[in-house]
Design a protein. Sequence first.
Length: 194
Amino acid sequence: MNRREAIQKAAMTLGYAISASAAFGVLHGCKARPDLVYKPDFFTEEQALTISELAEIILPKTTTPGAKDVGVPGFIDDLLKTTYSKEKQANFLKELAEFDEEAKKEYGDNFGLLKKEDQLAFVKKKHDEALSSDNANHSMKKNEASFILTIKELTLLGFFTSEPGATQVLQYNQVLGPYQGCIPLEKVGKAWAV
């Protein structure tokens, strides 16, 4: 037996061992699930996956870090848990469930498990609906933003208050020179007006 035959036989042996479990998974609808980049505290793992994928669509990784890279999903999770009232939390979770349910009706699965192009198309559709004149007027009357606009606002807030968002994307000028709280007046020349 030469080397080529040995490699072929080993590959066939491994192929048979793997294919039975792989076939079982395919027949039962097993899908690769995207990894969460944080441990959710407020959301369930399914909700956290939806929030993570939404945030990454709003601010994807380019030459600068994306929303997931700077921890935006964890920021949203913590913000909802610590600062939103119980009523606003319940409303947010209700709208999140409706968003996921609508994605499931249109594409056959929860938003976080959809293909990227389906996620992008769904977000674009929901965003366009939110910005349409009918919905804009309706939202203004109710004094609340649509779910997709709320997520967009929270994503931008989380991103631009992070160190990479503030220093790599926004212009950032640190105060020049060291802080000296108590120095003699002779060194300064005269005091500053406040």
